[in-house]
Design a protein. Structure first.
Length: 290
């Protein structure tokens, strides 16, 4: 029994190690894609400021090991540790995912900065948003700067800092790049990670990648099923034909002739072979009969 348990534990351990190494390889392949991701998505004529803003908003300015952890295990737990909030993901009327923070009253809240005021955007039951001033959430760090970690409207945990005077560049469909003041100084894009079946958001469409993969996988399974339905009968028919004609190819003796020499009492057996596929059969020697 102990041997069986050890065998199972060893196999499970090897499975975990294999899955981890495969995940590292997949992440490395995606990270090593050629070109600049910002220019690949937004075009070759963006400015350095726009590129830096895009990379920060997408979390691509983080170290590779941290991006790998977020990709594998998600970032919501890390965002909760940073902000102290719990989060909930809802689907809006357009079918897009939205991340909201749960405040002390269990309300769904996001925030934005207007001048020096921190504004809370409270989601109502009908999907509308109510705005209210929420300056009581400012905190002071060790350098005496006031900051706040909260959810913004683009599904990111954002760190606002008073007096930072940051600017952000946001790409709006039909309007191009728009510059806005009061930008956060840091971002953590929200996701649940591959281990929880959340591959993230498409940089091109802004929609979750998971449902798109499900549709593509369904189409692939249909094509695979049709291929099997066509190939299997043909393969079975050819296998039956091959089995019925088994052994028909190969070397075969065409004739054999016996030469008797009465004086010596010796019989010489001579063979002629028909050689198939270039194989040379073993030729028998002489047989002496006394």
């Amino acid at each position: 029994m102990n041997r069986v348990v050890k065998f199972i534990v060893r196999r499970v351990y090897m499975l975990i190690v294999t899955v981890f190494l495969v995940s590292v390889a997949v992440f490395a392949i995606t990270e090593s894609s050629p070109g600049n991701i910002a220019k690949n998505v937004l075009g070759a004529f963006i400015t350095p400021e726009q590129e830096a803003s895009f990379l920060a908003q997408m979390g691509l300015d983080k170290p590779a090991y941290l991006r790998f952890i977020f990709w594998l295990a998600g970032s919501d737990w890390y965002a909760g540790h940073k902000s102290g909030f719990e989060f909930e993901r809802v689907i809006n009327s357009q079918g897009f995912d939205e991340w909201w923070a749960l405040d002390e009253k269990d309300r769904l809240v996001c925030w934005k900065l207007e001048g020096e005021n921190l504004m809370a955007l409270v989601r109502q039951p009908d999907g509308s948003v109510k705005k209210e001033v929420d300056n009581s959430r400012w905190r002071t760090d060790a350098q005496g700067k006031e900051f706040f970690w909260g959810m913004d409207r683009q599904n990111r945990l954002a760190k606002w800092q008073k007096g930072a005077d940051n600017e952000t560049w946001t790409f709006l469909e039909g309007m191009g790049w728009q510059k806005a003041a009061g930008a956060p100084v840091a971002y953590i894009p929200m996701r649940k990670g591959i281990l929880r079946l959340d591959p993230g958001i498409s940089l091109r469409t802004g929609r979750p990648v998971g449902p798109t993969l499900v549709v593509r996988l369904r189409n692939s399974m249909v094509l695979a099923g049709l291929a099997i339905a066509i190939i299997m009968p043909i393969a079975l028919f050819l296998g039956i034909i091959s089995g019925l004609n088994e052994g028909t190819a190969g070397p075969h003796p065409v004739h054999q002739r016996h030469d008797f020499h009465g004086d010596s009492g010796v019989c010489h057996r001579n063979y002629s072979y028909f050689i198939v596929n270039g194989d040379l059969p073993h030729l028998p020697g002489r047989h002496h009969l006394r």
